[in-house]
Design a protein around this ligand. Structure first.
Ligand code: 13P
Length: 253
């Protein structure tokens, strides 16, 4: 199974010029690189998705940072998963901690979004993880169990293998503090156990469980290679194509 290296560009690249410069650098970094064991995904803001598909869509896959759960209609300001699929996005980040925190997303709305992404044929990148306070209260396991159980409610075993799950502890996002390899491996084992109990071993083999939170080239081994994760979700460092592709090369092995 290929390792996933996903870049979440968040709310950056403020002008067409900035976008074009980013795309130029990314193309240069990817040129001539044979990363056979990795699949690279870049998730720019909605307004840049079509340009990304046109420019680098043959080398990397493109995803969104959010979606709405309805397909169409009177939902001012929202973006349909079908619209994204039709402009050739393939992935969608769902339930990122910044969306939970600033936009009131709950396990329930995240569940609706996961289902609508699957219906539209997008691969959901489903984020879970505990806050600093929850970790302090020794609640990490409870939080993850709840996020997964509620997030995946009524999702059938046939569809489940399409979902990518990200263990992204909220305290590790944007902080330059990372968990130990053992903590990451513990979270992965817990996630696999919940999924196996819910769906059966056969159906969860192919589900990719990746790590996110302050990933950089220096720590790629500790957060991905050592704990045998299936990839990484990269924030800040994905804004620097040279560093992003370096992370992919390390993970590619
Ligand atoms: P940083 O890599 O900047 O910590 O962000 C992580 C993240 O939120 C990726 O989705």
């Amino acid at each position: 199974m290929k390792k996933l290296v996903i870049g979440n560009l968040k709310m950056n690249l403020l002008s067409p010029q900035e976008r074009e410069r980013y795309l130029e650098f990314l193309s240069k970094e990817l040129q001539g690189k044979k990363l056979k064991n990795t699949e690279i995904v870049v998730c720019p803001p909605f307004v840049h998705i079509e340009s990304f598909v046109k420019s680098v869509g043959k080398k990397v896959r493109i995803g969104s940072q959010n979606i709405f759960w309805e397909e169409k209609g009177a939902y001012t300001g929202e973006t349909s998963p079908v619209m994204l699929k039709n402009i050739k996005a393939q992935y969608a980040i769902i339930g990122h901690s910044e969306r939970r925190r600033y936009f009131g997303e709950t396990n329930e709305t995240i569940n609706l979004k996961l289902k609508s992404a699957l219906r539209a044929g997008l691969t959901p990148i489903f984020c879970v993880g505990e806050t600093k306070e929850e970790k302090g209260m020794d609640m990490t396991m409870d939080v993850i169990v709840r996020q997964i159980q509620e997030g995946l409610k009524d999702i059938s075993r046939v569809l489940i293998e399409k979902i990518v799950i990200v263990y992204e502890p909220v305290w590790a996002v944007g902080s330059d503090v990372i968990p130990t390899s053992n903590e990451i491996m513990g979270a992965k084992l817990l996630i696999r156990k919940i999924l196996t109990e819910k769906y059966g071993a056969k159906y969860v083999e192919k589900i990719r469980v990746i790590y996110g939170g302050s990933v950089n080239a220096k720590w790629a081994k500790q957060v991905c290679v050592d704990p045998e994760m299936d990839g990484v979700l990269v924030g800040r460092e994905s804004l620097v194509p040279h560093e992003f592709v370096k992370i992919a090369s390390i993970i590619n092995g």
